[in-house]
Design a protein around this ligand. Structure first.
Ligand code: MN
Length: 135
C-alpha cells in the first residue's frame, strides 16, 4: 500500500494533443498487470483536445465548470459538473472547455495490451468550435 500526501505534479498538455491551455494532474498511472490511468484535467476557456480515440474507450466525470464533448458525426454536447460521459472503444471524439467557461474532468481509461492509450487526429478548428458562450 502506498499513500501519497504531497501535492501531485501538474503539467501542461502538449500542443500536439490540445488547442489552448490544459492542465493535467496524474491521479493514478498503474503499472502492469493493470493498465488503468486516471487524470484530473482542467481546460481553460476555449481549450480542447484534438480529435482522438482510445482503443479501449474512456470515462469522463465532469467535476467542475461547463464544457463540451463531441463524437464524430454527432452534435457538440454541453456537459456540466456531475455529468458522466462514456466514450466507446475506437470512437473518434474530442472534449474541452466552453468558449468562455473552464471545465475540469476526471479522465479514466485503460490502455490497450500494447500500451496504446489514444490515437491522435486533427485539431478542432475554430470553424468547428462554438464561438458563442454555452450554458
Ligand atoms: Mn478522450
Amino acid at each position: 500500500m502506498q499513500i501519497t500526501r504531497t501535492e501531485a505534479a501538474t503539467t501542461t498538455a502538449s500542443p500536439e494533443w490540445v488547442t489552448g491551455t490544459v492542465h493535467v494532474t496524474s491521479i493514478a498511472a498503474a503499472e502492469g498487470p493493470a493498465r488503468l490511468r486516471v487524470d484530473d484535467v482542467r481546460f481553460e476557456p476555449g481549450s480542447r483536445t484534438h480529435w482522438h480515440r482510445h482503443p479501449v474507450g474512456q470515462f469522463l466525470h465532469i467535476t467542475d465548470g461547463t464544457g463540451l464533448v463531441q463524437r464524430r458525426g454527432g452534435p457538440v454536447e454541453v456537459v456540466h459538473a456531475g455529468d458522466r460521459v462514456v466514450i466507446a472503444p475506437g470512437e473518434w471524439h474530442w472534449h474541452g472547455a466552453g468558449p468562455t467557461t473552464s471545465m475540469t474532468h476526471l479522465a479514466v481509461l485503460t490502455a490497450a495490451e500494447d500500451g496504446t492509450e489514444a490515437e491522435r487526429g486533427e485539431p478542432v478548428t475554430d470553424a468547428c468550435y462554438p464561438a458563442e458562450p454555452v450554458v
